[in-house]
Design a protein around this ligand. Structure first.
Ligand SMILES: C[S@@+](CC[C@H](N)C(=O)[O-])C[C@H]1O[C@@H](n2cnc3c(N)ncnc32)[C@H](O)[C@@H]1O
Length: 243
């Protein structure tokens, strides 16, 4: 059963889908650069690497939104599945996939792996055995991030890699939520946790059975958000670990 918190996220992102890029233009650009620059650090298995040669490499982006990050990695894998809870985001995902001429190898599907362990929509074999599972700028929107990582870990093949990109915690003396409301308005109500530390991520990776070779690094370029003519920055990390 999808929870109230997840439902709040679905409604908020349904509304945002069509105008996602306005205000997030720089954010998207930075994230695309990050995944393309860091992919060799994340995994050695890509269509253009020795380890990936001759393999059918499958990737899953959970909480894929409009698909910009999936599309940035699509040239380096054979198949991408995007999952999200927002129908409108999935419409955007599919539109961008079509525009990029990648409809043969990329699909978008609605599923909630945060509150449900095995939703019927994604129970088929095409939704398992991934080489790469990734979540970009969405873990902080999940009511149960630990559970989500456990459910996602089950979808990886042995040796497969989980990549997470999210915010580092900032110290606002217990007033993180108020601080964030000031910056991002009502969207703050879709956030369950304001950033994840190295130790928190290590524990979550280990509990999800994807702790082999765990690494976490803070990235130099922050994400620059624009809202109502004002800008604010968020420092992000990238983490990886294997099953
Ligand atoms: C900030 S966007 C990030 C989109 C994309 N990953 C990116 O980096 O551009 C967050 C996405 O998470 C999705 N989302 C929020 N809660 C979710 C949940 N419980 N399960 C799946 N997707 C969720 C939203 O619908 C939205 O598309």
């Amino acid at each position: 059963m999808t929870t109230d918190f997840t439902e709040k996220n679905r409604q908020a992102f349904d509304k945002k889908a069509a105008t996602y890029k306005s205000g997030f233009e720089k954010v998207v650009e930075t994230l695309v650069n990050v995944v393309q620059e860091q992919r060799s650090w994340v995994s050695d298995t890509w269509v253009d690497t020795e380890a990936g040669k001759g393999k059918e490499i499958k990737a899953l982006e959970y909480a894929c939104g409009p698909g910009y990050i999936s599309l940035a990695l699509a040239p380096f894998v054979n198949r991408v599945v995007g999952m999200d809870i927002s129908d409108n985001m999935l419409e955007e995902f599919k539109k961008h996939v079509r525009e990029a001429g990648r409809s043969e190898t990329m699909i978008g599907v609605k599923a909630d792996l945060v509150s449900e362990s095995s939703p019927a929509e994604v129970s088929g074999p095409e939704y398992f055995n991934f080489d790469l599972v990734f979540v970009s700028m969405a873990l902080h929107h999940f009511e149960f991030p630990e559970k989500a990582m456990i459910n996602l870990g089950k979808r990886l093949k042995k040796g497969g890699v989980m990549m997470i990109i999210d915010m580092i915690p900032e110290d606002h003396h217990g007033h993180e939520h108020e601080h964030a409301r000031h910056q991002m308005g009502d969207m703050v109500d879709t956030i369950s946790k304001h950033g994840f530390s190295l130790e928190e991520m290590r524990t979550m990776y280990e509990n999800a059975g994807v702790g082999i070779g765990f690494e976490y690094k803070v990235l130099e370029s922050p994400l620059v958000f624009t809202k109502d003519g004002k800008t604010f920055e968020k420092t992000i990390f990238i983490a990886r670990g294997q099953k």
